[in-house]
Unconditional design. Structure first.
Length: 308
């Protein structure tokens, strides 16, 4: 079976164009999004992500604020910076870039965010609303997985509002930012959800569960973790992982996902590549959430309702 390779770049461009169009309409209602990023230290990943998000936001004529703190900043400094963004009426969405230095506790940083500006839904209030099926914002990575899935199943002639019901979703990974919200979004679609993690693998049982998936979302950060023999024929496989590996033949570093792409593609109905799958949509979704926050602040309903 030759799997369909889902083109994340094309879907991301379609989503960006929808945001642009909706912004054009809502500017008439004086909705002006403003995005702030807060970076602590100078990690390569955080800087690369900030660059992407900034380019997108400025391309859509958002206000953009970049706050940078040194790697030795104390928690109190980070909280004070977040407080400044919380209080700034020109900022409608705040993103704290990962990773944070080890001495800065993530939970305290998340709780410092004003919930109406917490566009990644990491504040306990927003995470709780999401877990209860009443999201204020959909966090960008798990939302992008389902946006891609919706786009694919619709392209196959299915109705995305009923397609998932009763199917089995297996999520590999249980982080607060990806794995847990992905399982909540699956439950909202009436799927039977299994969540696997490092202890599942340590017990030697990962394949027992991944083989049950109609839809598989893998977010573990382990290159090639899920192989062809660990999936069933006809699975739809979404690869969130981004791993830098050295190519043995060329010596060059390249990005790969958590799926053994060729092995899984040989059995799957559809699969996302890395790069060019989930990643490009994530950036656009985040920027879309800053726009949704601006609309909500003005008590205007976003027309497509995509972002919540
Ligand atoms: P975390 O490190 O926070 O979580 C990883 C999860 O994977 C944990 O729950 C861990 O289990 C589980 N895990 C680790 N090893 C195994 C294993 N051998 N078998 C099964 N499960 C395992 O990572 P994130 O959730 O933040 O990110 C996951 C991946 O997704 C990373 O590669 C990251 O770079 C990428 N990513 C990509 C994005 C995109 O836009 N495409 C956005 C965000 C992340 P346990 O809880 O037991 O430790």
């Amino acid at each position: 079976m030759g799997a369909t390779v889902i083109d994340g770049n094309a879907v991301a461009e379609q989503l960006r164009a929808e945001i642009e169009e909706e912004l054009r309409v809502l500017r008439l209602s004086a909705v002006r999004p403003g995005l702030a990023t807060v970076m602590v230290g100078e990690s390569f990943d955080a800087q690369a992500y900030e660059k992407h998000v900034r380019r997108l936001a400025e391309g859509l004529e958002y206000r953009y604020v970049s706050e940078r703190l040194p790697a030795d900043a104390e928690l109190a400094d980070v909280v004070a910076t977040i407080g400044k963004m919380n209080a700034d009426p020109r900022v409608t969405g705040v993103l704290v870039l990962q990773p944070l230095p080890e001495h800065v506790p993530e939970a305290a940083v998340n709780s410092a965010l004003e919930p109406t500006k917490d566009i990644e839904a990491v504040h306990p209030l927003n995470a709780g609303l999401l877990a209860q099926g009443q999201p204020r914002f959909l966090p960008s990575t798990p939302a992008s997985c389902f946006y891609l899935l919706d786009s694919y199943v619709t392209s196959q002639g299915h109705d995305a509002s009923t397609y998932y019901s009763g199917r089995t979703l297996v999520v590999v990974g249980r982080s607060n930012s990806v794995g847990k919200p992905a399982q909540w979004l699956g439950l909202e679609r009436n799927m039977t959800v299994i969540t696997a993690h490092s202890r599942t693998a340590a017990a030697g049982r990962l394949g027992d569960f991944t083989r049950q998936a109609d839809i598989l979302i893998v977010a573990a950060g382990k290159p090639g973790l899920v192989t062809g023999e660990m999936v069933r024929d006809g699975v739809i496989a979404i690869d969130v992982g981004i791993n830098a590996v050295k190519d043995a033949s060329t010596g060059r570093t390249r990005m790969v996902g958590d799926l053994d792409f060729d092995g899984v593609a040989a059995r799957a109905e559809a699969i996302t590549p890395v790069p060019g799958g989930v990643g490009p949509i994530t950036d656009v979704w985040l920027v879309g959430n800053a726009f949704a926050a601006a609309a909500m602040a003005q008590r205007v309903e976003p027309r497509f309702g995509l972002f919540r």
